[in-house]
Every structure is written in structure tokens, then in C-alpha cells.
Design a protein around this ligand. Structure first.
Ligand SMILES: NC(=O)c1ccc[n+]([C@@H]2O[C@H](COP(=O)([O-])OP(=O)(O)OC[C@H]3O[C@@H](n4cnc5c(N)ncnc54)[C@H](O)[C@@H]3O)[C@@H](O)[C@H]2O)c1
Length: 476
């Protein structure tokens, strides 16, 4: 669906009119044009810093160097000694940050190791690092912080400081979003220190263009995971099932999983068989036209997967519907339909697949919504299902980890699809514009997050829900 204001605000005349009238900025986001690369940051400089008690210097340096980044440093700051030590041990050359006048060489991303920030003085170190530099980050740049989760800290001040970092990230994301810059926080569990390469590549690359202001915990409960060695085509040899694959977000998910090497099985309602076939033909996907709420759907899916492939590696529960009405006016069939497609069918299909049809080590990804986090008037049915999905992935994570796999959810914000094109004009425009990035996302944005969760790049992520919403102010 087209966003005319985005086009207008990025035309030379539109830009000056929008600035003069104080209209919202809607930067043109730079999205990945191809699949995962071996060295995605090859032509990029990343400025690496940390607090005086930072614990991740070695892991961060290895991950950044492996991704091909030129690692810049601030010549004197509290986090420098461990970075220099790690660089000497790993044989990585560090570059001193360019002077303020050399704008063209300014780092594309700031990465700050905030583990060990345990009170106001540590937060001051973060300020000292970011404050003079944030204005120099180019459009579509990145800010990424790493910390320990608040609950991992032993004393109250450290717990509070970790929580403070969440507020910092959410606030800075609102300041820099108008330049298409994203700001996110990875909360690294002690057992995930060696697994930073995948998340770092994702959050520092153009695969995460519409994700900002988010906190993603890495670590237990998750399957025992090895550090990544191969980064390209992470889904080669995998079989991935996507429900609701004929169009919209599901079609983008199917194409993106295929881009990374997966054999895709796409499911959609029988009346969509033709569209499903056209969508899947582009990447040799296999179509399975069925209604996921049909009584025999779980058995048919499991049998088909077993018979053709000996089971699936990835299942993405994307199919979803809305039937909006204020609760006082909502007929029972609106309630039942939404609950059945968005929630009941997922439970029934997974129950069947977990007893055959999903291989050990499998990945489940569910599509939630920010409507399940913040709620929306007229969506008690939809909001219940999308919140239920968040609870479901939390609850099933330990079981998936025991099987060597993982389950996570992606919560889209406003995404340009037929679902949102059908909204009344005013709420649609408000939904688009009221976000840090000033626009709706595209189906590919959700597909990129799903693909990350489906791959070994997200080895340390289990039971989590990631919002992909441009930090939409609804659902906050
Ligand atoms: N578009 C957004 O802004 C947005 C925001 C938040 C969450 N989501 C979620 O993302 C997912 C995809 O949304 P979309 O915007 O692409 O929707 P869409 O309506 O464009 O596509 C949904 C697809 O699911 C299929 N489907 C519906 N019921 C089915 C059933 N019973 N069996 C098999 N297939 C079925 C449809 O035929 C369709 O192809 C949904 O779960 C939705 O709730 C979307």
C-alpha cells in the first residue's frame, strides 16, 4: 500500500514545506537489498565504547571484526582499557575516532557496553560517550547498547541502573528516529556472552530498519548453542512452514525465509489457492491450501510435512484476522472467529507438530501485535489473542529449549498491508505517523525479524516478543 505523505516529505519541495509547517518527519528507511552477508559491515565504521566495568569488550570486538566493521575508539574514556586489551589479544586494529570536522568519516553506529553500569556514575559514563557523538550519526545509522538484565544484578542500585538504560534507549530512539536512526538494547545473560555475533549483525544492519526503542534479552532459557561460524544462507537445508502465506506479511515472510535458503511450505485458505500458488512460484515454494481452523488441519499439516520432508524445521504462525467492534456491540461469532484463527489454531497445530511433524531443534515463530501489548478500543477479541500469543511463547520456551529449539514472537506495529488499507482514513494516517520513524512498516520488516528468529543467528533468544513497529506510540 502506498504512503503518499512519505513520498511528499522526501521530495525536495515537500521537505521544505514539511519543515516550515512543523509536519512530522518521515525519513526514507534504508532496507537490506539482499540476503545475509558474510561481512555485512565491511564498508562501515562502528564506534565501540563502554563503561568502566564493562564485561563484553572481547565478545563485541570479535563480533564486530568478524562482521567486517572498522572499529573506532574514543582515545580516552573509562571503557577503553578492556577494549584495547581485547584488540591486542585478537590482533584487531583499532582506529581513533575522526575529529568532529571530519563528518564523512563519522561512525555509522555507536555500540556501548553498559554491562557493569551499577549506578548514577556509570550512567554518566554513558552520557559522556553518547552526548557529543549522537548528532554526528548519519541518517539510517544505529545506536546499540548492551547490558545485563535488571534482575541479574545483585544490589538495588545496579538493578535500577540497568532499568535506567531501558529508559535511555526508549527516549533516545524518539529523538533520532526522524533521521531513520534506530536505538536498541540487548540485555545479555551471562551464558550468552559468546553468542553476540548474530544479534549484533542483525541490529546493526539494514535487516532491522523498522526496529527501534526495543529491549531484547539474550540468554536462558535457550538451547545450548554454539558460536556461529557460517553467516550466509543460514536456512539452507531447512524446511519452513508459513501460515497465511498468500499475501501481505505472510508472503513476505515466505519469500525472506526462501532468500536465506529454506524450502518453504505456504498455507492459506482454499479460496486463496491461486494467489498462494503465484506467491510461492517465485521461489519454488510448496502450497498447502487449507483453513487452519478446520478440524483436520493439524493432522493434515503434520502428515504432509512428515511424508514430504520427514518434518519441518521452522513453523511461522502468521495467519490472522480482525473482526473489530466495541465489546458491547460485538457478536459472539466475531469473538469466536478471531479467537479461533489467531489463537486456538496455533495451539492445536503446535500440539500436533510437537508429537510429530516438527524436528528436534525446531523453531516456532508466532505473529503477535502491539495491539496485544497496549490494547485498542474495538479489539478486545484481537487484543486478547495477540496478548495470549505473548504468554504462549513465554510458557512454551522451556519445553522448546529441552528439544533443542526455541519459540519467539514478533509484534508488528502499523504495517502497510490489505489489513491496514481497510482501516478508516484518519486512524490509518494517525497509526502510520505516530511513531519514532514517522511511517508504517513494510511486510519485509516483519519478515526480517521472523527470519532472524528462525535462524541460528538468534541462538540465544527464546520465549521473547520483539516489537517491530518503528516505536509506535500506540501499544507503548
Ligand atoms: N498489517 C498490520 O499492520 C499488522 C499489525 C499487527 C499484527 N499483524 C498480524 O500480522 C499477521 C498478518 O497480517 P496481514 O496484515 O498480512 O494480514 P492479511 O489479511 O493481509 O493476510 C492474512 C493472510 O492470512 C490468511 N488467513 C486468514 N485466515 C486464515 C485461515 N483460517 N486459514 C488459513 N489462512 C488464513 C488470509 O487468507 C491472508 O492471506 C496477522 O497475524 C496479523 O494479525 C498485522
Amino acid at each position: 500500500m502506498s504512503d503518499r505523505y512519505l513520498e511528499f516529505a522526501n521530495s525536495p519541495l515537500g521537505k521544505s514545506i514539511a519543515t516550515a509547517l512543523g509536519l512530522p518527519a518521515a525519513p526514507r528507511l534504508r532496507r537490506a537489498k539482499s540476503g545475509y552477508a558474510a561481512r555485512p559491515l565491511a564498508d562501515r565504521a562502528v564506534l565501540l565504547g563502554g563503561g568502566s566495568h564493562g564485561e563484553l569488550a572481547a565478545s563485541l570486538l570479535t563480533a564486530l571484526d568478524g562482521a567486517g566493521a572498522t572499529v573506532q575508539i574514543v582515545p580516552s574514556h573509562p571503557g577503553l582499557p578492556p577494549i584495547k586489551h581485547a584488540a591486542a589479544a585478537a590482533g584487531v586494529t583499532l582506529k581513533t575516532e575522526p575529529g568532529a570536522e571530519e563528518r564523512n568519516s563519522a561512525a555509522y553506529a555507536l555500540v556501548f557496553d553498559a554491562t557493569g553500569v551499577n549506578g548514577p556514575s556509570g550512567l554518566r559514563e554513558l552520557y559522556d560517550f553518547c552526548q557529543p557523538r549522537v548528532g554526528r550519526i548519519p541518517g539510517n545509522g544505529r545506536v546499540l547498547l548492551l547490558s545485563r538484565a535488571p534482575a541479574e544484578n545483585k544490589d538495588a542500585a545496579a538493578h535500577a541502573a540497568s532499568q535506567a538504560l531501558r529508559g535511555f534507549v526508549r527516549s533516545l530512539a524518539k529523538e533520532v528516529g526522524k533521521k531513520g536512526i534506530t536505538v536498541n538494547l540487548l540485555e545479555v545473560g551471562g551464558d550468552a556472552d559468546g553468542l553476540l555475533a548474530g544479534p549484533l549483525r542483525f541490529f546493526l544492519s539494514e535487516h532491522s530498519a523498522f526496529i527501534t526503542g526495543q529491549v531484547l534479552p539474550l540468554g536462558a532459557p535457550f538451547a545450548p548453542a554454539k558460536a556461529l561460524k557460517e553467516f550466509e544462507a543460514p536456512l539452507a537445508g531447512k524446511v519452513a512452514v508459513v501460515t497465511g502465506a498468500a499475501r501481505g506479511i505472510g508472503a513476505a515472510i515466505a519469500a525472506t525465509l526462501a532468500r536465506e535458503g529454506a524450502q518453504v511450505v505456504g498455507i492459506d485458505r482454499p479460496q486463496e489457492e491461486g494467489v498462494l500458488g503465484q506467491t510461492l512460484a517465485a521461489f519454488n515454494g510448496l502450497g498447502l491450501p487449507l483453513d487452519i481452523t478446520a478440524a483436520d488441519a493439524p493432522a493434515r499439516i503434520a502428515e504432509e510435512l512428515e511424508r514430504r520432508f520427514g518434518g519441518a524445521d521452522i513453523v511461522v504462525h502468521n495467519a490472522g484476522i480482525t473482526r473489530d467492534k466495541m465489546l458491547k456491540n460485538m457478536p459472539a461469532h466475531f469473538w469466536d472467529q478471531v479467537l479461533d484463527v489467531n489463537f486456538g489454531a496455533i495451539l492445536r497445530i503446535n500440539e500436533k507438530l510437537l508429537s510429530g511433524g516438527l524436528k528436534d531443534g525446531g523453531r516456532l515463530v508466532c505473529i503477535s501485535s502491539i495491539g496485544g501489548i497496549g490494547g485498542n478500543a474495538g479489539q478486545t477479541n484481537y487484543g486478547s489473542t495477540k496478548a495470549g500469543v505473548i504468554g504462549y511463547v513465554e510458557a512454551l520456551a522451556a519445553e522448546m529449549a529441552r528439544r533443542g529449539g526455541a519459540i519467539n514472537a514478533v509484534a508488528p506495529g502499523f504495517i502497510e498491508t490489505q489489513m491496514t488499507a481497510a482501516m478508516p482514513a484518519v486512524p490509518r494516517e494517525v497509526g502510520r505517523r505516530l511513531s519514532s520513524l514517522g511511517q508504517g512498516g513494510l511486510p519485509i520488516d516483519i519478515a526480517e525479524a521472523v527470519t532472524f528468529f528462525a535462524s541460528a543467528h538468534a541462538a540465544a533468544v527464546n520465549g521473547r516478543t520483539l516489537r517491530v513497529c518503528g516505536q509506535n506510540f500506540f501499544g507503548a
